[in-house]
Design a protein around this ligand. Structure first.
Ligand SMILES: Nc1ncnc2c1ncn2[C@@H]1O[C@H](COP(=O)(O)OP(=O)(O)OP(=O)(O)O)[C@@H](O)[C@H]1O
Ligand SMILES: Nc1nc2c(ncn2[C@@H]2O[C@H](COP(=O)(O)O)[C@@H](O)[C@H]2O)c(=O)[nH]1
Length: 310
């Protein structure tokens, strides 16, 4: 008599488990080798890899040993790698995903310093996006006040000013007719209706002038705007600002107290969509501390290597 067909309910025999585990190990090794080859070929910035490792410690990038990671960076050989790890106080046994916060920041600084030393710095157009209330405005204001070399673009918007906001500093507050005119006259590099409410747009001329004059420019805009800038200027660098946790994001939005409960709800719905799109960005920065996040953003503006495109 034949066996009843319940084989799939039984535990797999050990040799099947072993085979599956060995196939998974081979696939993981190949994926890590591909990442290292991409770094070595300048196809991906080591910083992008470090960012991904931070976001997903158990992902391909997170599983890279810090030694193999550094050795894949062009012009770093065994001696430089060992010196660097000693200077950064990082054990060679560590994987990228297992670095402590301070170790990660030291490694980041090290990579940025190398990149900015490695050649001519290019004027950068950098987009800072992220969910509502993550602190984009706060971090951008900190950059404007502490890094005068960076031009912070001032957007036009049809929304009403909040208490304390100044026309021409925080936004150009315009009515619908004026916004329509700006679109019609091609004055905006990009524009979007945000949170299904008001329209926001980036004036084109100040950006073009600043880039021509050798300054870096920072745009603090929403996800739709970031996508439009990427389509119009593929060389732009896209940074996604993340909250330490979802709960903290909600706390910041409610704590800011500038929106009604209905508007807060609407913004949180958009925030979920925006968070799901973070992989489209070249870099991710977590805004735990404003000064630290601002420094990370400004540091990223100095990097020359073309970011990898997902
Ligand atoms: N690192 C931080 N720690 C604690 N609070 C912060 C931090 N960064 C920003 N905040 C606070 O979070 C609130 C939201 O910040 P902000 O208005 O800058 O966010 P935003 O991303 O520009 O929001 P939106 O997209 O809705 O305009 C503010 O009250 C701000 O003071
Ligand atoms: N696409 C664009 N989005 C912009 C621009 N300026 C700001 N923004 C984004 O709008 C929301 C809401 O801002 P708030 O000041 O009303 O809270 C936020 O995500 C901004 O980043 C722009 O020029 N283009």
């Amino acid at each position: 008599m034949s066996e009843p067909r319940t084989a799939s309910l039984r535990p797999a025999p050990p040799e099947v488990d072993r085979r599956a585990a060995s196939q998974a190990a081979v696939a993981a090794r190949r994926a890590r080798a591909a990442v290292k080859a991409a770094i070595a070929a300048h196809e991906v910035s080591p910083l992008t890899v470090l960012d991904k490792a931070t976001a997903e410690p158990e992902g391909v990038e997170g599983r890279l040993r810090v030694t193999e990671f550094l050795l894949s960076v062009p012009a770093i050989g065994t001696t430089k790698m060992k010196d660097a790890l000693e200077r950064l106080a990082i054990s060679p046994a560590k994987r990228l995903g297992g670095l402590g916060r301070h170790q990660r920041l030291r490694l980041r600084e090290f990579l940025i310093e190398r990149e900015s030393r490695s050649g001519r710095q290019k004027n950068q157009l950098v987009v800072l996006a992220g969910p509502t209330a993550v602190g984009k405005g706060t971090v951008s204001t900190y950059i404007r006040e502490n890094y005068p070399d960076v031009l912070l673009s001032v957007s036009a918007t049809t929304r009403a000013p909040r208490p304390g906001e100044v026309d021409g500093v925080n936004y150009y507050f315009v009515d619908d007719a004026e916004f329509d005119r700006m679109i019609a006259d091609g004055e905006l590099l990009e524009w979007a209706t945000v949170h299904n409410a008001s329209r926001y747009g980036t004036p084109r001329t100040p950006i073009e002038r600043a880039l021509e004059a050798g300054r870096s420019v920072l745009l603090e805009i929403d996800l739709q705007g970031a996508r439009s800038v990427r389509a119009a200027m593929p060389e732009a660098r896209l940074i996604f600002l993340l909250p330490p946790t979802w709960e903290e994001l909600v706390r910041r939005l409610i704590g800011r107290g500038t929106e009604s409960a209905a508007e807060q709800q609407r913004r949180l719905e958009t925030a979920k969509i925006e968070l799901a799109a973070q992989d489209e960005f070249d870099h991710r920065v977590v805004n735990t501390d404003v000064a630290e996040a601002a420094r990370e953003v400004v540091d990223l503006m100095k990097i020359r290597t073309a970011p990898s495109r997902p």
